[in-house]
Design a protein around this ligand. Structure first.
Ligand SMILES: *Cc1c(COP(=O)(O)O)cnc(C)c1O
Length: 411
């Protein structure tokens, strides 16, 4: 036996199909049908009774989607994986499966906008209380925690503030309080971040971003690292009796996801299967471009300040090194002298695209204060550190000289 552990791309490319293909296809085919036939009455009865696994109906499972789940498992240390229709489907399914009505979640006050809205509006209407805190302040997290707290929910790097939670410290606190650590690692996907080794119990991601191959299709994924004993949670006690450490994924598959219908389609899974294989190449290229843009911003007199945790001197640099191998995604921000200067620059850009969204292959740029945060009051914006002088960049895979030339002419 040799102990050589294969690299991410090799494991992704060569992940085996769950079942041999009828034509020996090298790419997993797109199984676009809805239902599957059984050989006998016994066969279909055993499947429905959960005694054996077979695909029956594509809303609950599908071969192309199953293969994407297998690939995600092959490139991570996750115990169980579920793919869903979008990042929001992944987040909502996990939280609805973990927390009972009457329980609460302690969540970061710096979240992707729709995650924030889910936690602020939708979950409280279902009897799930959410307490927003600064997740980098462990005392605040501890103070918000009580014996009804079931989950800590946050993002590995917040956007657009680019704050990084110290995961080892937070997961120790979670363990002491018997709370599930649920982390959204969309902007630091598995190639740069091993969630299990930092004490994360459940990882959720929007695969729409880096994994789909540059914002090609909507998708989401839930990875359960198998590290939490769910028998102590009211929402999962029964499930735990039957499914042990797979209780969360069992409840998602057999109840929440099945009943809410947030299914990933076979076509989407096809994009994800192709995108995952070459994600590391794209991430490396994006990170390299970010570092070169940082050097350009550093030297340019028109840039008041910039923020990218991948460069020395940044307040998040040390954590970016230890937690993300020095590759902290491809979102960066910079500040100009005024909002007017931001708008002027924005209107002059010729290569970079004026758009929301992250981790497209194209570089995207936006002025968060007047767009994503337009509905927030000035006080709320201030509390979230959303400055009118700040621009957000999602750096793509173009030749960086072309991005620098675009900035040079626009500044
Ligand atoms: C985009 C995004 C989501 C939501 O994902 P969708 O696929 O758009 O539903 C959640 N979290 C983060 C950090 C994101 O960037």
């Amino acid at each position: 036996m040799n102990n050589h552990k294969k690299g991410f791309i090799t494991r992704s490319l060569h992940a085996r199909f769950p079942k041999g293909d009828a034509y020996n296809a090298l790419h997993m085919p797109v199984y676009d049908g809805v239902a599957y036939e059984f050989d006998s009455a016994e066969d279909i009865a055993e499947t429905f009774a959960g005694k054996k696994f077979a695909h029956a109906y594509s809303r609950t499972s599908n071969p192309t989607v199953e293969y994407f789940e297998q690939k995600m498992k092959a490139v991570t240390d996750a115990d169980a994986v579920v793919a869903l229709a979008s990042g929001m489907a992944a987040i909502s399914n996990v939280l609805l499966s973990l927390v009972e009505s009457g329980g609460n979640i302690v969540a970061s006050n710096q979240l992707f906008g729709h995650s924030y809205a889910l936690l602020k509006q939708t979950l409280p209407a279902l009897g799930i209380e959410v307490r927003f805190v600064n997740m980098t302040n462990l005392e605040a997290v501890q103070q918000a925690t009580d014996d009804k707290t079931r989950a800590y929910f946050f993002e590995t790097i917040t956007n657009p503030q680019l704050e990084i939670v110290d995961l080892k410290q937070l997961s120790e606190l979670a363990k002491a309080n018997n709370v599930v650590v649920v982390c959204d690692s969309t902007i630091t996907p598995p190639y740069v971040f091993n969630s299990k080794s930092f004490g994360v119990d459940v990882e959720v991601m929007s695969t729409t971003k880096f994994i789909s191959g540059g914002a090609a299709a909507f998708g989401g994924v839930v990875l359960d690292n198998g590290t939490f004993d769910y028998s102590s949670l009211p929402a999962l006690k029964q499930w735990s009796g039957k499914f042990g450490k797979d209780a969360l994924v069992a409840r998602i598959r057999k109840e929440i996801f099945r009943h809410l219908g947030g299914t990933m389609t076979a076509h989407t899974a096809h994009f994800m299967n192709l995108g995952l294989d070459i994600m590391p190449l794209r991430v490396d290229r994006c990170v390299d471009n970010c570092k070169q843009l940082a050097a350009f911003f550093e030297a340019h007199h028109g840039i008041v300040s910039y923020n990218y945790p991948g460069v020395a001197g940044n307040r998040g640099y040390d954590l970016a090194q230890t937690q993300f191998g020095g590759k902290p995604g491809a979102v960066m921000t910079f500040d100009l002298e005024s909002k007017e200067a931001c708008f002027q620059l924005y209107n002059r850009l010729k290569v970079m695209r004026r758009a929301t969204n992250l981790n497209d292959n194209k570089t995207l740029i936006i002025h968060p204060e007047s767009t994503i945060y337009a509905e927030f009051s000035d006080e709320e914006k201030k509390a979230m550190d959303i400055r009118p002088t700040m621009m957000r960049l999602s750096v793509g895979i173009e030749e960086v000289q072309d991005l620098i030339a675009d900035f040079t002419q626009a500044l």
